[in-house]
Structures are given as structure tokens and as C-alpha cells.
Design a protein around this ligand. Structure first.
Ligand SMILES: Cc1ncc(COP(=O)(O)O)c(C=O)c1O
Length: 481
């Protein structure tokens, strides 16, 4: 929720109080330099003890509620027939309106099951935009991922309310070219992660369904960030202002043939699931669940997480929960815009995304500007963000780098974790860095795994800019922070 102060400023207001806290430490800049060098300039490889504000991701890092924690205490650890599962299935039925549920240990496990069941060599899988693990699974199954976004999607500075929409004419052309028998399914991702947490509209989702249904192709929604997408529909789509988040989520689910999700985001737990009303789809996937995940009533999740997910699904329909990170992101993006720092607009639903191509326009994509900016921001602030650019793209089959459509530094805003002073602090250090952006150079790999290289790859600076930046920081702020 946002609230207007008497001077007219809008601020995000927390509709909760903090009763359990976790201590963090701000290591001095010199220690941060050492840590990022040891991590091969890859923020994934940093240790928590060296991080002040962890803005890598909102995945599994949202604050859990007292109700979720209480539910965890009552979990049923039965290998088969666990009562915790039936609570989850009840929540999926009540909130999503979906009958059949397959739990999975996280979102990518659900993607693996979908790939195993439906994605065949030579198929295409059209989608509004890929997610890293989604693409990896579908590529490994021998299919081609087609990203059929609209022209606005990659426009970093935009006021388009639904940059996560699918381009319908591109979709029509792709389906005609491939032939419906060669389409695994069509996937729409809620609050599209890699282009800045941007939503799709219900109008667009319905239009996609109207296109694919007569061809016998089914529509899959990746609902990892479903409540945030519903929140944006309520704010931005004509006709939805008086609808509840629950009603909007229900409407999305009624259009989709199948939904899968990472429970680590909107549900605020660590787990995942697949849900559908289509018995045929459910029965096709079901045999693989015990092979890859676990028995039908836990699917690789701990029973505690199953319980917490059941509560999380119900709680995500509360307006102040659905909008908690969206409103904080809007505030954070607003601070950065005031300081003229290039960020993705409109503000999205999982993070504030800094546009590295504009922040350090002197660093070419071949030298990984988003990765370099993530490291520089860590040195300047102790805040850990995530590279979402060319480092996050694996090489093609000939071994060539694949330049990403966008070069973004994601500063994730986990739900109900950080406060306004944290955003103000990061915005201040980013302003300092922006004034010295010419100091930031590029990166090159010296260790590079073949798949999902961004997780474990190691890089070094081209030149000595990490140390030079640290020295400039110490000159301005001293050696203690
Ligand atoms: C849209 C989307 N789909 C799938 C996944 C994969 O989920 P998990 O990390 O739980 O495996 C993520 C993770 O961030 C995601 O954002």
C-alpha cells in the first residue's frame, strides 16, 4: 500500500510490524573488493557475511508471516497421504479454482516435468519472454523457445502498462509456420521476470487463448509472480479497479489450461507446483512426479513448506500483500529517477532494474555491462544485485556469446524485508557511482560452465577498475564503510 503525506509525497506504507529481525553487517569497501574478486565478479558467488542488503532475488527471500510459521509447526510428515498436502490442494482449489495439484520442489522442477511430458525435439514453445531455467529445460528437451513480445517490451523507458503482453500477430505467424502439431504449448509468464517484472493484461491473455484453443494447443501460465500481476491488472487495466486480487487471480486461472509456479515468489515459501482443471494434462504429467520429485503428496517439498504454501496462497490475495513489493519498487524507482539514474519503467513487480546499457554506455555487450555494474554497485554499497544480461545467456551451439536483449542490473525487492532507509541508502550510493561511471570497465570470463553459466561462472575485470573504484570510494567515505 502507498500513502500520501501531507506534503503530497507518496510513500510505501507497511501494513505489518516487524517482530523478528536478522542482523546484517556492512563490510568496509576494501573487504567488499576482496570478496567480489574471490567471487569471480559474480554476485551469486558472494557469501552472506559479506553482503549488507541482499537484493539478488525475491526468490525464497520474502518475509514469511506469523500464520505461515504457525502452520509449519502443524505439518504432517507422512510420506504418503500427508494432511499438509490436502491443505495445499484446498488452497489451490479455493483461490485458483483448480482441481488437480502436483507439488514440486521448486519452479524449475515443475518446468522439468512439463518439458519431460510435453516438449519434444523439433517443437517450438512460444512465450511472452523466456526465463533462464525455463529456456534451459526446453532447450535441453530439443525444442526452440520463441519470444513473441511486443515492440514496447524491450523499451527500457516506457509508460506502457503491459510490457509482458504477447504480440498476437507474431504468435499467429509462428503457429502457422510451425504447424500446431509442432507446438508443445504456449507459455505466458506473469510479471515477466527478465524484462523488468512487467505484467500481461487479462485482455491479452484471453486473446492468446482465443488464438491457440481452436488449434488444440494449450495455454500455460507461469504464475510464480501471479499476485503481483493481478495487482497491476487491478491498477492498470480498465474495468478491474473494483475487483479483488482473488477475483483477478481466479480469472487468470480460468483462462489458462495449466498453471505452474515457483512458490518462492508470490507464495513466500520454498517450493513449487503445477495445477490444472484439465484431467488429461494432469494424468500425462503425474507418472513422472514420483520419478523426479517425490510422492504425489509432497513432490520434493518438506511438509513444513507445503503447509506454509497453503497459507501463502491464501495470503497473496490480500491487497497489501500483493502490492507490498510493487509499491516499494515504485518508491525505489522514483528515488533513482530523481537522481537521473536510468531505470526500467514503468516500475515492475519484483525488483528495481537499472539499465546498464545506459548507465555505462561505454562498456560493450561483449564485456558484460550488467555484470560489471552489479559488481560496481556491490563495491560501492554492499548491496548485492543480480546480472540480468548477456552473462545470463548461455553460448549458442557454435560457442558464440549471445547478446541479451537488455542489460539489466536487478536490485530485487523481496516482499516486506527492507525499509525506506535501505532504498534511500542504495539510491545514494548509486548516485555516487553514476557520477563516476566512466571508471567502470568490462569483464571477461576465466571459468565458464556450459549451462546456466551465470550461476557459477567466474570473471575478472578488464583493467584494474575494481581496485580503482574502491580507492575512490575510500577517499570520499573513509575506510570503515
Ligand atoms: C518466472 C519464473 N519462473 C520459474 C522460476 C524458477 O523457479 P525456482 O527458482 O523456484 O526453480 C523463476 C525463479 O525465479 C521465475 O522467476
Amino acid at each position: 500500500m502507498s500513502i500520501r503525506l501531507s506534503n503530497g509525497t507518496e510513500i510505501p506504507i507497511e501494513m505489518h510490524k516487524v517482530r523478528v529481525v536478522q542482523k546484517v553487517r556492512l563490510a568496509p569497501a576494501r573487504d567488499r573488493l576482496r570478496a567480489i574478486e574471490e567471487a569471480g565478479y559474480n554476485t551469486f558467488l558472494l557469501r552472506t557475511r559479506d553482503i549488507f542488503l541482499d537484493m539478488l532475488t525475491d526468490s525464497g527471500t520474502n518475509a514469511m508471516t506469523d500464520n505461515q510459521l504457525a502452520a509449519m509447526m502443524q505439518s504432517d510428515d507422512a510420506y504418503a497421504g500427508s494432511e499438509s498436502f490436502y491443505k495445499l490442494a484446498g488452497a489451490v482449489k479455493d483461490i485458483f479454482g483448480l482441481e488437480y495439484v502436483l507439488p514440486a520442489h521448486q519452479g524449475r522442477a515443475a518446468e522439468h516435468l512439463l518439458a519431460k511430458t510435453f516438449v519434444k525435439p523439433g517443437h517450438i514453445v512460444p512465450m511472452n519472454y523466456h526465463f533462464t531455467t525455463t529456456k534451459a529445460h526446453f532447450d535441453l528437451a530439443g525444442a526452440k523457445v520463441l519470444e513473441l513480445y511486443t515492440d514496447e517490451a524491450l523499451n527500457a523507458e516506457s509508460d506502457c502498462p503491459f510490457k509482458g503482453n504477447m504480440d498476437l500477430s507474431r504468435l499467429r505467424a509462428a503457429l502457422e509456420k510451425a504447424g500446431p502439431e509442432n507446438v508443445s504449448f504456449v507459455r505466458m509468464e506473469a510479471t515477466t521476470n527478465l524484462i523488468g517484472g512487467q505484467p500481461f493484461s487479462l485482455e491479452n491473455l484471453r486473446a492468446v487463448k482465443a488464438l491457440v484453443e481452436p488449434l488444440g494447443i494449450f495455454l500455460v501460465v507461469d504464475g510464480s509472480l501471479i499476485s503481483e500481476n493481478a495487482y497491476f491488472i487491478r491498477q492498470r487495466e480498465p474495468g478491474y479497479q473494483d475487483k479483488s486480487i482473488l477475483e483477478i487471480i481466479r480469472e487468470i486461472m480460468a483462462v489458462a489450461d495449466l498453471c505452474y509456479l515457483s512458490g518462492r515468489k508470490s507464495c513466500s515459501v520454498r517450493g513449487g507446483l503445477i495445477a490444472t482443471n484439465r484431467k488429461d494434462l494432469y494424468e500425462a504429467i503425474r507418472p513422472w512426479l514420483p520419478v523426479y520429485e517425490g510422492f504425489f503428496t509432497y513432490g520434493g517439498m518438506s511438509s513444513k513448506e507445503v503447509e506454509a504454501m497453503a497459507v501463502g496462497i491464501r495470503e497473496m490475495t490480500e491487497l497489501e500483500v500483493a502490492g507490498a513489493s510493487a509499491d516499494a519498487i515504485k518508491y525505489f524507482v522514483g528515488l533513482l529517477r530523481q537522481k537521473k539514474i536510468p531505470v526500467v519503467t514503468p516500475a515492475g513487480g519484483l525488483a528495481c532494474h537499472v539499465d546498464a546499457m545506459r548507465f555505462i554506455d561505454h562498456v560493450p555487450q561483449s564485456r558484460y555491462p550488467a555484470g560489471a555494474l552489479a559488481a560496481a554497485v556491490y563495491i560501492a554499497s554492499g548491496a548485492r544485485g543480480m546480472e540480468r544480461g548477456s552473462v545470463s545467456m548461455d553460448r549458442d551451439s557454435e560457442g558464440n556469446d549471445v547478446p541479451s536483449d537488455m542489460e539489466l542490473l536487478r536490485l530485487a525487492v523481496p516482499r516486506r524485508v527492507y525499509t525506506m532507509s535501505h532504498y534511500q541508502y542504495v539510491a545514494d550510493r548509486l548516485e555516487w557511482l553514476y557520477a563516476r561511471r566512466r571508471m567502470i570497465g568490462g569483464l571477461e570470463f576465466y571459468e565458464e560452465p556450459p549451462v546456466l553459466r551465470f550461476f557459477a561462472g567466474k570473471m575478472r575485470t578488464i583493467g584494474n577498475w575494481g581496485a580503482e573504484l574502491t580507492a575512490a570510494f575510500e577517499k570520499d567515505f573513509g575506510t570503515q564503510c
